[in-house]
Design a binder for this molecule. Structure first.
Ligand code: FAD
Ligand code: UDP
Length: 378
């Protein structure tokens, strides 16, 4: 580590690494400081004792409609097409999900139900709410009470620890509803995982950046010792300002890995029918993920990661999810306003912008921010 850099970058997640690489390509010197003992932020993946991949901080399914983002990341990784299939397990049954004609057929017990039957059901059941103000209204307006109760209410309350009406409409609207037999969880054109996992992709981005890296270091430790022309901050927005308006709410989760030896894996090679199973019922976890369904790894063994959501406590857990809704809107706006006025600092990423952003959105934002930094004078 030197005592002077062009850029001090806080956080070695996607936002921080993409900016380090882009700025490095102009010959700018960067120091990346990361609190954790690895790079990659929440997208970090590893192999278990049987050599099978798992996602350490919850499932990360890459998808995008952005040609620019895809082209950029393709410089650092090859891709393996991934079909992200998800079921819901409730009332003793695995249901096709997100809601589609197959789900409707299961729900009505009528295997011959048509798309028109399902559309007619939705027209009868959906509540006439013209401008849904929250996630509950959004789902009642989209699918009606029965399907909302079956698939959304329990899962959302467990995931967020709040009533569904406390959440912005955009939260539950993340998922599509198909009236045909389409079972895709996402609509994006490109759905694939880095061929060799996320970690080699991050290693390649870091290497190309030529940045210096300090792991297991809070940026506040190095701040007094490292001169820099500009700071790029990707940590939690409220933390930067010492929570001066009060803490922003976050949701977190624990991810428990279960490594499953060959003797416990059924003959088909998998322990659950699809990649991800969601649990809206009384189980203490929201979802189980068997990544082998999409990595293409061939093994007699398998693994499952169970996700147990809980309230975030600073210092004890990671602030995984910003909570979009009335409880955070005004507070987040106040912090964003402060951030906008902070000289010599760029706030970027899911935590620093306090927005529920996916990986491709974060990469797109980092590429855009790079252009602004390049064309400006920092
Ligand atoms: P992060 O990955 O959070 O990186 C920020 C880094 O900054 C962290 O490593 C942190 O340790 C570090 N840091 C914070 N404060 C400090 C400090 N004071 N000093 C030093 N370092 C600090 N996106 C998808 O596209 N598809 C998915 O399927 C998907 N699934 C997700 C599932 C879960 C459970 C979660 C939580 C997110 C998911 N996402 C998904 C979103 C994805 O994780 C983010 O879009 C992406 O990781 C954001 O990158 P980032 O660099 O902004 O933030
Ligand atoms: N959701 C739900 N039931 C499900 C899956 C999702 O009610 O079976 C709701 C829940 O509120 C969740 C949101 O839809 O937070 C978005 O789901 P997604 O799978 O995109 O969540 P993420 O991967 O971001 O945790």
């Amino acid at each position: 580590m030197r005592d002077s850099y062009d850029y001090l970058i806080v956080g070695a997640g996607l936002s921080g690494l993409v900016l380090a690489e882009r700025l490095g390509s102009l010959g700018r010197s960067c120091l990346v400081v990361e609190r954790r003992n690895h790079i990659g932020g929440n997208c970090h993946d590893r192999k278990d004792r049987n050599g099978l991949f798992y996602h350490v901080y919850g499932p990360h399914y890459f998808r995008t409609n952005s040609e620019q983002v895809r082209t950029y990341l393709s410089r650092f990784t090859g891709w393996a097409d991934a079909k992200y299939r998800v079921n819901v397990f409730t009332r003793g049954t695995h249901w096709s999900f997100p809601i589609n004609l197959g789900t409707f057929r299961q729900f009505t017990g009528n295997a011959a139900a048509t798309e028109d039957d399902f559309k007619a059901y939705l027209a009868r059941s959906a509540l006439p709410i013209a401008s849904p103000a929250n996630s509950k209204e959004a789902m009642l307006a989209a699918v009606g009470v029965e399907l909302y109760e079956l698939f959304y209410r329990g899962y959302t309350e467990k995931q967020w620890g709040r009533p569904v009406e406390a959440l912005d409409a955009s939260v539950c609207r993340r998922l599509p509803i198909h009236t045909g037999l389409d079972e895709r969880y996402f609509r994006d054109e490109f759905q694939a995982l880095p061929k060799l996992g996320y970690q080699p992709m991050f290693d390649a981005i870091l290497e190309a950046s030529k940045a210096d890296l300090r792991l297991e270091t809070d940026y506040r430790e190095v701040l007094p010792r490292v001169r820099h022309r500009h700071l790029i901050y990707t940590g939690p927005l409220d933390e930067y300002f010492d929570c001066r308006f009060g803490p922003l709410p976050y949701r977190t989760a624990r991810y428990d890995l279960e490594e499953i030896d060959a003797s416990r894996v059924p003959a088909g090679g998998f322990v659950q029918p699809v990649l991800q199973v969601n649990y809206p019922g009384p189980e203490p976890y929201t979802r189980t993920v068997e990544l082998k369904h999409v990595t293409g790894q061939v093994s007699r063994c398998s693994n499952l990661v169970r996700e147990f959501p809980s309230e975030y406590r600073p210092g004890e857990s990671d602030p995984n999810y910003p909570i979009p809704g009335p409880e955070s809107d005004a507070l987040a706006a106040s912090y964003r306003e402060l951030a906008g006025r902070e000289p010599g600092v760029t706030f970027i990423g899911r935590l620093a912008q306090y927005r529920y952003l996916n990986m491709d959105q974060v990469v797109g934002a980092a590429l855009h921010t790079f252009e602004k930094l390049r064309d400006g004078t920092p």
